[in-house]
Design a binder for this molecule. Sequence first.
Ligand SMILES: Cc1cc2nc3c(=O)[nH]c(=O)nc-3n(C[C@H](O)[C@H](O)[C@H](O)COP(=O)(O)OP(=O)(O)OC[C@H]3O[C@@H](n4cnc5c(N)ncnc54)[C@H](O)[C@@H]3O)c2cc1C
Length: 249
Amino acid sequence: MRDISPAIFIGNLPGLCAVTEENGIISIGAGVTYTEAFSTLSKRIPALGPLFDRIGGEQVRNMGTIGGNVANGDTPPPLIALGARLTLRKGKKRRTIPLQDFFIAYGKQDRQPGEFVEAVHVPVPAKDVKFAVYKITKRRDEDITATLGAFCLALAKDGTVADIRIAYGGMAATPKRASAVEQALIGKIWSEATVEAAMAEYAKDFTPLTDMRATAEYRALAAKNLLLRFYVETTGTKAPFQVSRSEAA
Ligand SMILES: Cc1cc2nc3c(=O)[nH]c(=O)nc-3n(C[C@H](O)[C@H](O)[C@H](O)COP(=O)(O)OP(=O)(O)OC[C@H]3O[C@@H](n4cnc5c(N)ncnc54)[C@H](O)[C@@H]3O)c2cc1C
């Protein structure tokens, strides 16, 4: 077996276990469990609640941490869409970077030897900003993501897209922004025609793979349709699609 020493158990370190909020930014220590983090996050950003409900089971949510999940999990796309930043620390030295810049390539992150994730800082979106995250799996509960899309939209008074941040998991080797799709939306009227035109841009942003969770074709189509779903849900043109646990049972 590979020698991985020295290994350090960082569970329950008081310095990594705080959740605080200052000036509209929620800071979550890397050692905070999902259960603890989401009890604050889903109050302040209710659209994150349904995702929390679908990360593993209760045991995983009570043990798994935000720091561990940033390294390997479902939370980066919504946090990237929200504009989260990450504090990395080595000894007394700290640096804070946009979360999206942390992911360099599959299994490779912007983390120096000896550096660890200390905290994630999540801006609470303004009241008129529309935010949603959708996780696609074969089973509703306890299943690994095929694709996951997160959307954060600010509309101007004239109904045009002032800003939109879209991030996906399961579509590339790392969690990734849909930059070409975003550019096709910004400045345009938030309408079905705009959204359908932007859907053609997905091929520029992503070349998904086929694996046991989904085919490349399925991922490509599902990712586009999540944008359409976000449009439908933000404009109230059709009933929302979120299925609760009791409805799914
Ligand atoms: C049954 C089951 C179901 C699951 N379902 C889901 C799911 O639906 N969605 C999902 O996203 N995840 C899921 N997971 C994955 C689970 O959420 C991850 O195991 C968890 O995110 C890891 O957290 P951890 O605190 O245990 O980290 P660890 O397992 O201890 O660490 C994970 C990796 O991150 C590194 N790491 C941890 N903390 C830090 C830090 N502070 N700084 C730098 N590196 C760090 C570790 O070195 C390791 O490489 C599931 C896991 C199980 C067992």
